[in-house]
Design a binder for this molecule. Structure first.
Ligand code: NA7
Length: 541
């Protein structure tokens, strides 16, 4: 009997997990190819990050007009951003607009929590199983599951015992939360904590911030976009996106090509003052190129920023508590803020340094530190994510020969180009670990990854290839390339999600090479080269 006669055909050409910024665009591209595609999304609607993170103050740190999709001129011309750094509600409206404009919603299935997926060798397809045991089969499985979508709670005793309201910022309720006159705690002072604290300080009764390590924060300088400015932006989109294409981070901000040592003290200070007064990430990535590379130069810039913090916080002792001492400026993600430091000048805001008075447990009424019990109505956990690999670990992914992805990646991800992993054929990890989009202005990076993956599928269809996976040699080499990019800056000198640390997840207490830090242009060059060489490093069947 002919064994091929027994083979089943998959239900779908492609399943995309996730209807966020990445999944939306990948769906659009695959539908253009005429494929049968389904998107499975855990949320009740599209938007991913912007669907979930509804906490007060959630907004872009990227200029709105550099964050929108660039693929449709019509979309660019019809959408008006109201602020230079859009807030979450507007961004979610934008993503829903995109979904409806391009008739994508009918291909999306919401409230679908993918529990597991396994590659079926005999049929050469993936079976995807949801929490409710529904299954789907697909030839290509594409993950668009986000880098910061696996929220982590502190491993504190008593979190369930608290009788007030409490939530992780990622799971902020959809119904309005009444914070007026309430006693509120925020645990965590990363980019999220800083946004929440700044936004609610003048709206709550009392705010207590539990800080483990301060971050270097700098002003966002957000403002409204008026009609004339929006018209100028629309007229200049080509230039804006060209600029983003050529900067390492895919932002409009690129490094000053001069070195710190080549510039007089006066000119240095002038640039730093200018950056601090300007909007967006220029203060981090628009600097002299050696600020994030040389420790002594970084220390000078850190001193400059520390003085800014001292000028903004009235109480000198409190100012010192808010100045990082364990890492240099920009070696962790720089939270951009709006009157964050000024919040601490308010009588209703206090800071608890949990290194001095550690949290012992959460109680029915609040938080008990080694010093005393603090009573609260609301506890906000802004405690971050099991970044980049966490969302993969939360799905039971089985490749060929019964191999689990979580086992393969136990000491850190192993990938080729951040887009595939050997032993997991036809699984394309869009925006996955070790990819280029992780360290870029996200939509700029993902548009390239998605375009590349779409071209790959077109190529496979043209040549009649059914299956693709990288060679182990190609992965090894890519792993070394990624590792090398960590030696190019001071990023590995700090413990953060950039370097794979998370104190709330077992075994995430060592450096893991999660991100390609070589910059978007170099990553693009590499992707192009691989495609031009008949997808070298990949094996087709
Ligand atoms: P981050 O940047 O990982 O920040 C998490 C914060 O929570 C950080 O201040 C942590 O302190 C603190 N944290 C985490 N666990 C604990 C425990 N157990 N006890 C006390 N404090 C804790 O996450 P964000 O959500 O702010 O930002 C993530 C990204 O989203 C951000 O970079 C942007 O790209 C968007 P630590 O510094 O580890 O001492």
């Amino acid at each position: 009997m002919n064994s091929s006669a027994k083979k089943q055909a998959p239900q779908h050409d492609a399943i995309i997990i996730g209807a966020g910024v990445c999944g939306i665009y990948q769906l659009y591209k695959l539908l253009e190819l005429g494929l049968n595609v389904k998107v499975l999304e855990a949320g009740g609607g599209p938007g991913g990050t912007w669907y979930w993170n509804r906490y007060p103050g959630a907004r872009f740190d990227s200029e709105s007009y550099t964050y929108g999709y660039s693929f449709s001129k019509e979309l660019l011309q019809e959408w008006n951003w109201s602020e230079h750094f859009s807030g979450q509600p507007e961004t979610l409206r934008y993503l829903n607009h995109v979904v409806d404009k391009f008739d994508l919603r009918e291909h999306m299935q919401f409230d679908c929590h993918v529990k597991s997926t396994a590659f079926d060798e005999s049929n050469q397809f993936w079976t995807v199983t949801l929490d409710d045991d529904r299954t789907f089969t697909t030839r290509f499985l594409m993950t668009a599951i986000g880098m910061l979508s696996a929220p982590t709670m502190p491993t504190l005793e008593g979190t369930d015992a608290f009788e007030g309201q409490s939530f992780h910022t990622y799971n902020w309720p959809h119904e309005p939360v009444d914070i007026k006159n309430k006693k509120v705690a925020v645990i965590g002072t990363g980019a999220t904590g800083v946004q929440v604290i700044s936004e609610i300080a003048d709206k709550v009764g009392e705010l207590t911030v539990f800080q483990r390590r301060p971050n270097w924060c700098a002003p966002l300088h957000n403002s409204k976009i008026d009609d004339k400015t929006m018209a100028d932006i629309k007229a200049n989109y080509d230039e804006i996106f060209e600029r983003c294409r050529n900067t390492p981070g895919g932002f409009i901000h690129g490094p000053d090509r001069r070195k710190y040592s080549e510039v007089s003290k006066q000119d240095r200070l002038a640039l730093w003052e200018e950056l601090y007064a300007a909007s967006g990430f220029g203060v981090w990535i628009g600097n002299f190129r050696d600020v994030l590379v040389k420790e002594d130069v970084n220390a000078e810039y850190s001193k400059f920023i520390a003085d800014k913090i001292r000028q903004r916080v009235n109480d000198p002792e409190l100012a010192e508590e808010l100045i990082p001492k364990d890492h240099g400026f920009g070696t962790r993600r720089v939270p951009l803020e709006t009157r964050y430091y000024e919040a601490y000048n308010r009588d209703n805001v206090s800071l608890v340094n949990i290194n001095d008075t550690p949290i012992e447990r959460v109680t029915k009424k609040g938080i008990k530190t080694s010093e005393r019990e603090h009573e609260f109505d609301i506890i906000i956990y802004a405690t971050g994510f099991d970044a980049i690999t966490g969302a993969f670990d939360r799905i039971d992914i089985t490749g060929t020969h019964g191999q689990k992805l979580a086992d393969k990646w136990i000491d850190g991800p192993i990938t080729y180009l951040g887009l595939q992993s050997a032993g997991f054929p036809n699984l394309i990890t869009l925006a996955g670990p070790q990819g280029g989009s992780v360290s870029t202005n996200f939509p700029r990076g993902i548009e390239e990854a998605v375009d590349w993956a779409t071209d790959l599928i077109t190529y496979m269809n043209k040549h009649g290839y059914k299956r693709i996976e990288p060679s182990e040699e190609a992965e090894l080499e890519w792993g070394e390339d990624v590792k090398h990019t960590y030696s190019l800056s001071l990023i590995p000198t700090a413990k953060s999600w950039f370097t794979g640390y998370n104190s709330n997840v077992p075994d995430h207490d060592k450096l893991r090479y999660l991100i390609y830090n070589g910059g978007a242009p170099k990553y693009r060059e590499r992707l192009t080269q691989v495609a031009e060489h008949e997808y070298e490093g990949f094996k087709f069947e």
